[in-house]
Design a protein around this ligand. Structure first.
Ligand code: DX5
Ligand code: ZN
Length: 215
């Protein structure tokens, strides 16, 4: 089933409760955590996730764009995240595996994320570890509102093939530049979770934008 995950990065942080309510027809809520090191931008952290948790029952999909993300797994799990994704470029493989193990211990779903430069094959050891989701970035992580990178489509299709072969049931999510047009391309390539920030919050009617992403 296709899931839509609006990214609150494009919301008005002074009116976050209102803006979360505006996307209540979505399936998940995508929360971008940036540390100013792994990416040049700084966004939000654990206390904000804790506050969001009190105001919504939506599944909280927390995208960690931070160096050495294993340091924060427990804190975000305790704050109420339902799924945590760690970037394959954010630490050495043994530490990333520890982070995924910590997610199991904390009872949150576990995911790995790939920057555009990272090849599809990089997911193989993590599919073997039983990740629940793979996130393929279709922009350089760091900012909302960037242009969709169509050169990631073959990689998305390759990751889908690996999932079918080694970890059927694993979700495949795409993040960056997704709108009603690019949504069709990534769905054709095998994606089943769409993150969208500006396409949802930049629209006059976010609920209509969510419906348009569903196609
Ligand atoms: C970018 C973030 C995205 C961002 C997407 O690094 O990971 O989640 O909010 O924004 P749009 O949909 O505007 O590209
Ligand atoms: Zn994101």
């Amino acid at each position: 089933m296709l899931k839509i995950a609006p990214s609150i990065l494009s919301a008005d942080f002074c009116n976050l409760e209102r803006d979360i309510r505006r996307v209540s027809s979505a399936d998940w809520l995508h929360v971008d955590v940036m540390d100013g090191m792994f990416v040049p931008n700084i966004t939000i952290g654990v206390p904000v996730v804790e506050s969001i948790r009190k105001y919504t029952d939506l599944f909280l999909d927390v995208h960690l764009m931070v160096e050495k993300p294993g340091r924060y797994v427990e804190a975000f799990a305790r704050a109420g995240a339902d799924l945590l994704s760690v970037h394959l470029e954010a630490d050495m493989p043994p530490f990333l595996k520890e982070a995924l193990h910590a997610m199991d211990q904390c009872g949150v779903k576990k995911a790995v994320a790939l920057r555009p430069i990272t090849a599809a094959e990089a997911v193989l050891p993590y599919l073997e570890l039983g990740v629940d989701l793979v996130l393929v970035m279709t922009v350089e992580p760091g900012f909302g509102g960037q242009k969709f990178m169509a050169d990631q489509l073959p990689k998305i299709a390759a990751v889908r093939r690996y999932i079918e072969q080694y970890r059927p049931g694993c979700d495949l999510e795409v993040d960056g530049g997704i709108n009603a047009q690019t949504a069709r391309q990534v769905i054709d390539a095998g994606v089943n979770v769409l993150v969208a920030g500006s396409a949802v919050y930049g629209a006059d009617d976010p609920a209509a934008a969510i419906a348009a992403l569903r196609g």
